[in-house]
Design a protein around this ligand. Structure first.
Ligand code: 6GU
Length: 241
């Protein structure tokens, strides 16, 4: 997969050199480039912002550097999907991560200040699909941290990026339920025991316990997810939990 990220703080994306994402880049599974938006300015001060039309607080990102930067994505026959981090975007979900993991080229336009001039999005949409997304109902100073989250969520679904692909199937949000609690040795730690069923070796009972814990935890922490569950996926014991 190819990924291009445009930002005025390219150093913010340095963590993408680390861990499994860094390894995927070094082995060629992921071709990720971070571009400094200021490289697409031509004035002495490398200006990327200006006062908002109509007045008001803060600054707005100028259209010209963005048009030139995004234009570099439309030079060949292929086009990326342009992802735009924004608190007013569509909520980013595991379903969206799965969909994006199927694509072979993604680009990210990180805004700062009060945002990017709206005409940039209209122009970009004539060149490529544009998808504004949000991580949740709170405000970040810019899109860079959101890009770190989305690149990680997407890249780990690319075959080969995670060594143990089995660990992907029973995760939170893959089937609408949260993950069950996990334990390791020692069997007793600070007077707290690992649940006895997990030490029993009784595979069917362990499976049932884990399922019950997932249902209980989801009901307690995320009642909104319980309401969205497909009733057809619940068995008789689930209904009793
Ligand atoms: Cl994707 N961007 C920004 N700037 N703030 C956010 C966000 C994204 N998601 C939640 N808050």
């Amino acid at each position: 997969m190819r990924i291009d990220v445009f930002s005025i703080f390219p150093e913010y994306l340095a963590p993408l050199d680390l861990s499994l994402i860094g390894k995927a880049r070094r082995t060629g599974l992921l071709d990720l480039t971070v571009h400094d938006l200021r490289e697409f300015t031509h004035d002495r001060h490398r200006t990327v912002d200006d006062a908002p039309a109509g007045g008001g607080a803060g600054m707005v990102m100028k259209p010209e550097p963005w048009a030139e930067a995004l234009g570099t994505l439309a030079e060949g026959p292929r086009r990326p999907t342009l992802l735009v981090p924004s608190p007013s975007g569509q909520p980013f979900t595991q379903a969206m991560a799965r969909e994006l993991a199927q694509q072979d080229w993604l680009a990210f336009a990180c805004g700062r200040y009060e945002g990017i001039d709206e005409r940039v999005y209209e122009h970009a949409a004539t060149l490529m699909p544009v998808r504004p997304f949000s991580l949740g109902d709170y405000v970040l100073n810019g899109g860079e941290v959101a890009v770190l989250a989305v690149v990680e969520a997407v890249a780990r679904l690319i075959p080969g990026v995670i060594g143990n692909a089995e660990s992907l199937v029973e995760e939170s949000h893959e089937d609408g339920l949260l993950e069950y609690p996990v334990y390791t040795k020692p069997a007793v730690w600070q007077d707290r025991e690992v649940p006895a069923v997990l030490m029993s070796g009784h595979h069917a009972q362990i499976e049932r316990w884990r399922r019950d814990e997932r249902l209980r935890r989801t009901a307690r922490r995320r009642p909104d997810l319980i309401l969205k569950l497909d009733p057809g996926t619940l068995d008789k014991v689930d209904r009793a939990v």
